[in-house]
Write a protein that binds this ligand. Structure first.
Ligand SMILES: Cc1ncc(COP(=O)(O)O)c(C=O)c1O
Length: 422
């Protein structure tokens, strides 16, 4: 058989477009009250200037120019290195953004959970990598139904134990799965997360898959950033060592693969350069698709990924931060302190604090649920009522706080409203 993941993934464009017909209301925080009752298609037809429309503070926004730049940069980067991209959809959980990623050449969506797969299926996504072992029997039954309904739906799932394989095969048998589910053996590492820890475990899992009538072995998977986002030379050596193990395993398992092409998949947004170096250039007898799964390249950020992405560690064609949160100064109770109406409910804080973009020498020192503490020089011109813009660190945990996000052109005019489903 040919590889089941096609070169460019498909999404139901009508279902995505229909999001623009769902009226906006109070459920979507921050959006101008004047937009209430109007669908995004109507609002955006006017291309309104955001701040003129009267948004409430805080409000998360996306920069359309930066998104387009990042889509293009990453697509070219992958093309030049003979790797494909199945962006992690858990980053944004947005069908509209997924559609942009597919249009830029992405070969599939990656999901972390079966519920995320279900969301993508609601928008007709047919090529999905589930980057986990699926032992949820209800989920496996649902999957079998989806396979029944849609001959073109292909999910590639990971497995890391004979016990997991047994649960999957049994449930899929009971559910009457119409064709085998493709799986990759997951390679883990001591101190990492999921995935087999030894060659013996890998072999046992591969043997279990080969003996399971409802599963088909198609490749090898791993996630190097489970070992960390540190890009210092010693940390990169550790990542190289892990990817080297993945490579050896892929070569060893190649004769067992039950598809014409083998899938080798690794690569979040921090070490995808090392993945492209270590997991391409296979022996001539092997036919391999190397699939990256970066999710955060799309919006990039002003923190974690600004410091760690291979495309912003010195290259001129780097990624641009596309996500920010605007919030108003509500109090300046001390000469060197401003309080802003943005908190942990509104912006990520798990991988570094937000960064003020439009206030000189300002620094975020703390976040409460609904407040941000900004340290300022005594003579800072920042006043109560000012709007400050904050760059974020770690898009995944900012996206999940916003269900409808204005997409802005360079004049802060709203060109689209981006829906998320968390
Ligand atoms: C298994 C797996 N693959 C890919 C990614 C995407 O990496 P990033 O969030 O750095 O884009 C993640 C993120 O957590 C992940 O867990």
């Amino acid at each position: 058989m040919t590889s089941e993941i096609e070169p460019r993934a498909k999404i139901d464009h009508a279902a995505v477009a229909a999001l623009a017909d769902e009226p906006v209301d109070w459920r979507f925080k921050g959006l101008p009250a004047g937009w209430s009752g109007r669908p995004p298609a109507d609002i955006c037809a006017d291309v309104p200037e955001l701040f003129g429309a009267g948004p409430f503070s805080p409000l998360c926004v996306l920069d359309a120019g930066a998104l387009a730049h990042n889509l293009d940069t990453m697509a070219r980067w992958c093309e030049g290195r003979d790797v494909e991209l199945a962006p992690h959809g858990k980053t944004h959980m947005s069908p509209q953004l997924l559609a942009m990623q597919f249009a830029a050449g992405a070969c599939a969506a990656t999901a972390a959970t079966i519920s995320q797969v279900r969301t993508f299926r609601a928008f007709g996504v047919r090529q999905i990598i589930l980057a986990n072992q699926l032992v949820d029997v209800a989920g496996l039954h649902w999957l079998a139904t989806e396979y029944e309904l849609d001959d073109d739906f292909r999910l590639v799932c990971w497995v890391d134990s004979p016990a997991g394989v047994a649960i999957m095969d049994l449930a899929l048998d009971a559910a009457g799965l119409p064709r085998p589910l493709e799986v990759c053996v997951e390679v883990g590492a001591g101190g990492g997360r999921t995935g087999c820890r030894s060659a013996a475990e890998i072999d046992a899992v591969a043997r279990a898959v080969l003996a399971a009538p409802h599963l088909r072995l198609v490749g090898v998977a791993g996630y190097e950033a489970a070992l960390g986002h540190d890009v210092s030379p010693p940390a990169q050596e550790t990542i190289r060592g892990y990817l080297g193990t993945m490579r050896d395993i892929a070569i060893r398992l190649a004769p067992l693969i039950e598809s014409d092409e083998m899938m080798v998949t690794a690569g979040g947004s921090t070490h995808f350069d090392l993945v492209a170096q270590m997991l391409t250039g296979w022996p001539g007898s092997m036919s391999v698709r190397t699939v990256l799964r970066s999710g955060c390249y799309l919006t990039h950020d002003d923190g974690l990924y600004q410091q760690s992405s291979p495309l912003t560690r010195g290259e001129s064609q780097g990624l641009r931060p596309a996500m920010s949160v605007w919030a108003q100064v509500s109090s300046r109770p001390e000469p060197e302190l401003a309080l802003v109406t943005m908190g942990r409910r509104d912006v990520s804080f798990d991988q570094g604090l937000p960064t003020p973009r439009n206030a000189a020498n300002a620094v975020v020192t703390n976040l409460n649920d609904q407040h941000t503490f900004v340290g300022l020089p005594t003579d800072s011109p920042v006043r109560v009522g000012d709007w400050l813009q904050f760059g974020i660190s770690h898009p995944c945990t900012t996206f999940d706080k916003w269900q409808l996000i204005p997409l802005l052109d360079s004049d802060n005019r709203v060109v689209d409203l981006i829906r998320t489903f968390f």
